[in-house]
Design a protein around this ligand. Structure first.
Ligand code: CP
Length: 531
């Protein structure tokens, strides 16, 4: 069934989704910023705007806001109306979400209502658009319809890429579109604030980045985002309060404040709300210390009871947040134009490229078959079978036992065997050994599983008392398609408690931890497993 094939729906960015800022390459982000600049100028000059517009009723935009919003929702609503496309506002409160309908089923149905669909989604659940991009991509292929695009309008405490786009555009405007250098202070609730998490990648539009993180310990930037900033080459400094920050000389000319997300904090943190708020709220006496040209920004909304940017600043030259909020309309109009097909034909930079490298993590190594190595089952040497060696090497004894039990259980090794924790003769470190004399083969799926349960082990296949084959099992680049794994972030779309059937999927980081593909939660490989 190939429906809708004859429609003139084409464009370099159609079918793309933006779940995180890095779903657009740096060149693509720069294209968006230059087009926004052109649109703003054209509006100011009262020029003809028709070449920016989609003007096609076969493109249907759906605004799906399951969490409250003013700016994101209304600026997108105005942006899609600018394009003269079919515009729908999904009412989540009266929808069949209340009858436990899944996101996948809901969007499959909506997708059949227009030849090409563009969704803007805000949820408390994290990673929804990443999941739907995959799932609806498959659905569209089965149905022979055009793959829809998904835009993340903010998902829990994860990311807010279109806020990031408007923020970076605003910083560029302040910098006269010079991308060489930015010095920015991020102030406030850096733990829960998704807009500051998106900065870990979004600031990459600048060649050199100095970022000062100003937050009390309870609201500090999560380590995963700090690591991301470090690997992007940013210079990071940390301060517990504005007071502490101003006690030193190198002060940023761009300050980005965030609201304390009290609604997401547990009771233990909430009892310190006053102290936390005070530490990241600007005070009148500090104005003198601000260099000329300094601007304050805020993704808004401002908490009217505890504003981190107090009202007395509204009418000062420090106010950059009003223009920033206005830029939300222009940047979103351009993003909709790119994904909706009116913009992109003149893009000639580098598109996003999947950077997946082939990794030989199950490495067959030389056995030196002529040199016998004796493994034992109890006191009896293993003549034939499998021996898994170096389990958890270097870890403490109880952790090594945990690895052994986990490996036995997950790999279903209910066979004659022996296992134990031993001290290595070579270096004195402890390691686990598992001897399986009744097994004569260990298939690739099991080896892949082993790599994610007990990485950096050695698997020996023994025949006639000689090691016939030997594999070094390293950290896998991805962990997925196993029944016994799940993301441990309770707010993630793939968390089993939500029954959304999003397949758990983890990518290895440079520091050998595993981040969830949907919500970016960082896991130690041991925590990926449910057993
Ligand atoms: N900045 C922002 O996302 O605002 P809203 O919550 O009002 O959309």
């Amino acid at each position: 069934m190939k429906q809708y094939q004859d429609l003139s729906l084409k464009g370099k960015f159609m079918g793309r989704s933006v779940s995180v800022i890095n779903d657009l390459s740096t060149d693509e982000q720069w294209y968006l910023y230059t087009k926004t600049h052109a649109l703003k100028n054209a509006v100011a000059q009262k020029d003809d705007l028709s070449h920016f517009k989609i003007n096609n009723n076969n493109v249907g935009a759906y605004l799906v806001f399951v969490e409250p919003s003013t700016r994101t929702k209304e600026s997108f609503l105005n942006a899609v109306k600018f394009h003269n496309i079919k515009t729908n506002i999904f009412d989540a409160t009266t929808s069949s979400f209340s009858k436990k309908e899944s996101y996948s089923d809901t969007f499959r149905m909506l997708t059949t209502y227009s030849p090409y669909s563009l969704y803007i989604i805000r949820t408390k659940l994290e990673g929804v658009t990443r999941w739907l991009d995959y799932d609806l991509g498959q659905f569209a292929e089965r149905m022979g319809i055009q793959k829809p695009s998904f835009i993340n309008g903010g998902d829990g405490k994860h990311e807010h890429p279109t806020q990031e786009i408007l923020d970076e555009y605003t910083f560029l405007e302040q910098n006269n579109f010079n991308r060489d250098y930015i010095h920015i202070a991020l102030v406030g609730d850096l733990f829960h604030g998704r807009t500051v998490h998106s900065k870990a990648d979004g600031l990459n539009i600048f060649k050199q980045v100095d970022v000062d993180l100003i937050a009390p310990n309870e609201l500090a930037m999560p380590p995963h985002y700090k690591k991301k900033m470090e690997s992007n080459g940013y210079n990071i400094r940390e301060f517990a309060s504005i007071e502490e920050y101003l006690a030193q000389k190198k002060i940023a000319n761009i300050w980005y404040f965030t609201r304390l997300q009290l609604e997401r904090m547990g009771e233990d943190i909430l009892q310190h709300a006053e102290r936390l708020t005070k530490s990241v709220t600007f005070r009148q006496e500090w104005i003198e210390q601000m260099k000329e040209g300094t601007k304050f920004y805020h993704p808004l909304p401002r908490n009217r009871e505890y504003p981190t940017i107090p009202l007395f600043l509204d009418k000062t030259p420090l106010n950059g947040w009003d223009v920033q909020a206005m830029n939300g309309y222009y940047t979103r109009a351009i993003l909709v134009g790119m994904l909706g097909g009116s913009l992109g034909e003149d893009f000639n930079g580098e598109h996003l490229v999947e950077k997946e490298k082939k990794v030989n993590y199950i490495e067959e190594v030389s056995t030196f078959a002529s040199v016998p190595k004796e493994f034992k089952i109890g006191t009896k040497p293993v003549e034939n079978g499998i021996v898994i060696d170096h389990i958890g090497k270097g870890e403490d004894i109880s952790t090594i036992w945990e690895h052994i039990y986990k490996a036995r259980k997950i790999l279903d090794l209910n066979v004659v065997s022996s296992h134990g924790v031993y001290k290595s003769h070579k270096d004195g470190q402890y390691k686990g050994v598992l001897s399986l004399p009744e097994l004569n083969q260990f298939d690739l799926v099991k080896m892949k599983k082993l790599s994610a349960i007990a990485p950096e082990t050695t698997l020996n296949i023994i025949k006639d008392s000689l090691v016939q084959k030997k594999f070094k099992i390293h950290f896998p680049p991805k962990i997925y398609e196993f029944d016994e794994i799940s993301c441990k972030n309770p707010d993630c779309i793939s968390h089993p408690s939500h029954s959304e059937n999003a397949m758990p999927f983890f990518y290895k980081t440079e520091s050998n931890t595993f981040i969830c593909k949907y919500c970016d939660k960082d896991h130690n490989y041991k925590d990926v497993w449910d057993i």
